[in-house]
Design a protein around this ligand. Sequence first.
Ligand code: CA
Ligand code: CA
Ligand code: CA
Ligand code: CA
Length: 357
Amino acid sequence: MHNRPQQSVAIALALLALHLIAPPVDAALNSDTGNALTVYWYESIGEHTTLDTIDWSDPDRVSNADQVNWAATLAPWEPGAADDLYAVRIETAIRAHADGLYRFRLTSDDGSRLFVDAQLVIDNDGTHSMTQVEGSVTLTGDYVPIEIFYFDRYNSAGLILEWRPPGASSFSVVPQEAFANVSAPILVDWFYESQSISNFDDVDWSTPDRSTAEAELNWPNRDDSGFLEGAPDDRFALRARSRLVVPESGVYRFELGSDDGSRLRIGGQTIIETDAQQTFQYHDADVYLTEGLHDLEVLYFEDSDWAGLVLMWQGPSDPSASVIPEGSFRTPVGTARPRIVGWSEQPRLESEREDWP
Ligand SMILES: [Ca+2]
Ligand SMILES: [Ca+2]
Ligand SMILES: [Ca+2]
Ligand SMILES: [Ca+2]
């Protein structure tokens, strides 16, 4: 099946007990388009004056969007959509590259609410014309789930999400790049370097050149193509993050194959590491894992010539090792660790009210 040299790194981590980090969270959004926002539509909902009376359990349809940026209009937001008496619920995640205070501003006609990591941060409910409400959260960590509820009763309809991240001097519409594509469970940041890469320290990990969502870590060794369509095939690196679904407690063998360097971390602990250039080879380690979800991170770099990266495992009940399948990952977006350490809401800024909201 695969070439696994005899030489395997037995990092003597034989029975490394790792903690159950969080209960399972179903955060897969199944976006096929790659757009980062999933928009659930509720049409012909009747007359409401608050989000509280709307039944959110059964959307009529689902679409995708790049931003939350619908200026007030009397027309439908997209062809064929309702223009009155409808609601939408938006699911996405944002990338919080820097820790610190994030200010958000949600402007809507009619009512809306913003939840960040399941906490209500902005309450802009009720029937009204375009009205701004601000809220702020202190975020640590990088992937934070976002949920927005919205409805339009009559007349114009609009919904705009702006933010002011740490260091920014003013509000701006949250850009497409700020949203994480969570259409597949492994979130991968890509880094393209101009200089030769000899080890992980040669990579500037601060700002990704690109971010994607992947189903598996399975790029078999190849000579002259990158891992992504049209991407560089030399001098690139990646950082992949996900959560591993461990079906039963026991000893799991991980096999990480790469050309050049790679590193596997589970629950913040380094399990396998090759911080050097090498031809393609597998290194393995046995780890005791408890049933549940475990944070997983893989670093990788390619300097030149051949390149490959494959992550396999063999669980206590598996006859052989295989590439870890998509179904064994969950997006790292969720409640893996507390991210919001405080939030505040500013008073509503009332604009003129509509006679017929
Ligand atoms: Ca309307
Ligand atoms: Ca309205
Ligand atoms: Ca190459
Ligand atoms: Ca290489």
